[in-house]
Every structure is written in C-alpha cells, then in structure tokens.
Design a protein around this ligand. Sequence first.
Ligand code: SD4
Length: 339
Amino acid sequence: MSNRRKFIKKAALGSIGLSTAYGMAQDLRDEKTQARGKSELIGTKPLIISTWNHGMPANEMAWKYLQEGKSGIEAIEAGVKIPEGDPEVTTVGYGGFPDREGKVTLDACIMDHQSNCGSVSFLQGIKHPISVAKMVMQDTPHVMLSGEGALQFALSKGFVVEDLLTDKAEKAWRKWMEASKYKPVINIENHDTISMLLIDKDGNISGGCTTSGAAWKMHGRVGDSPIIGAGLFLDNEVGAAAATGLGEAVIRTAGSAMVVELMRQGKSPREACKEMVERIYAKHKGHRDMEYLQVGFIALNKNGEYGGYSLRSGFNYAVHDQQGGNRMQDAEFKMAWED
Ligand code: SD4
C-alpha cells in the first residue's frame, strides 16, 4: 500500500468512534479528504510548509529540530531564524529593506497548538523578532508588544541591539528616495515574508511569521504579519493558515482566520486559500491598492492536506515531509502578473 493510501486509511480509522459533535464534524472532514482524492496535495506527518524560496533552508532547519524531538514551536523558531539572519534576504530581519525614513522595523508572531501566541511589532534593532515573540508568549501575560516596549522587553531578556540596515538595503533605500513613490513591486521587493506552518508527528499544529514588512512604508506602519488572525492563525482542531503580500488587504479581511474557518466548514486548504483570495479581490475592486495588490495564502489541515493560492502569479512555497523530502511548490493563482 502506498504511503499516501496508508495515510488516508489511518486518517479514516482515526476518525472512527468519535462520539462528540466535534467528532462527527471531524468524520465528515475525513471523508471529504478521501473524496477529494488526487485533486488535492496531501503529505505525511510531520509536514512543514513555508512561504517563498527562503522557505527551503528554513524548512530544512525546522525539520532537523523535529527529528531531534524538539517541539513544533522550537522548530518554527529555529526555521524562520534562518532568513531572519540572512543579509541577502531583503524582506525579513537583518538586511530587510527599511521604511521611508531608512529604519528597519520588524514584525513577527508565533502560535502553538494550544492557541498560545506571542507577537512583536514595530521592533527595531533586534535581529530575531521571532524569538522575542516566543518570549512574549511564554514569559508575559500578554500576546503582543510593540515598538519601544517590545524593545525594552527584548533587552531585559538579554537580546542585544544591532544595526540591521545592510549596505545593500541602504543603497536600495537611497535609490527609492530619488522618486519616493510608494508603489510596492509585486513579488520582488515587498512580498517575501516568511510564514511557516507545521503539523508534527502527533498531529499538533504550530506556526510562525516574521517580516521587515512592506519596504518604504511609513514609519510606524505595522502590517498583517504580527497580527494573530491576519498574517497567521491556527486552530489545532482544524488547521493553520498564513499570509504573504500586501498586509493592509489581509488585515481588512481577517485573512488567515477566515482561511481556517473555511477549512472548518469542509474546504480543503487549497480551496480555502482560493476562496479567501477571491474575497480579497472582490473587496478591493476599485480600491487604490488594486494596482499593486498581491496576496497569497498557505494552509494545511489536520489530515495533512496542504495548499496555497495567490491573487497574482509568482507565489511559491516550500513543502517538507518524509515522503517527498523538501521541495518547492508553485501556488495556483487568479491572474497573471501583468493583469
Ligand atoms: C506586510 N505581509 O508587512 C507583509 C509583507 C509580506 O511577503 O508579506 N511580505 O504587509
């Protein structure tokens, strides 16, 4: 029997005997997963998915952590720290493109299978905002710390302030200043947040998201990425979703939370991401953001199905499981880049 069939059989067997109302809903979802068959992507647990090409090295590290028996949260943190620390990645952490005042300001959040979550926004001078977000989750009574307060908290935890503006990013900013027009270039300079979702071998889900946000944003601007429900959301009974793209559009529509709710109603991860993108498109017809609007979602569910969908072409994500190893997957999209 192929691993895939074994997995589906196991998923079906796992659902037998559940007697609560939730259990019945779970049964239905399992049948749906089987009925959807080959038209959907399905992996084996553990399964990790991450946005964009830098998801590959991030997945690799997260996978290593899971193999060593570390928790989902530890794996997420270790994974996304790779692009956070890479000066060549101009959209996350160190080396991220700055705001219009030349300041690198970072947003990040993390969430575990028990719905614990932590988040930092508008954080400056700290290379690994995901680690600060994790400490907000674990060591404070709060979910979200912002700006100066987030920085003070980080310092109290032993983080050190570093200059995150690389020569490359500074050069790009000075060039942008020549015309200083805010018109994010889709898929190139503005839309490469790393969002990572994983389901571990026991079926527990966790997720994280970290970004330097939209390049050339107004000082103080916070995007969707640190906002639980917008840039990231998960419900361990259902699945997880995360966003990339123009954060304002994702916040307006509570993007990731909605994708999870659509999965709860029985949609596959791909179908849920698609419906959310369609909804964002419909809501933004005639909106000034439409000219440069790009949004993409990735999602996975409890049964190991996963998928992604974006408004415009060019969005991809990295997938890692035992069966298929670490690989890139192009997301389906609504329209081509130039439309
Ligand atoms: C933001 N959503 O700050 C982020 C940017 C992004 O891929 O996703 N980049 O709006």
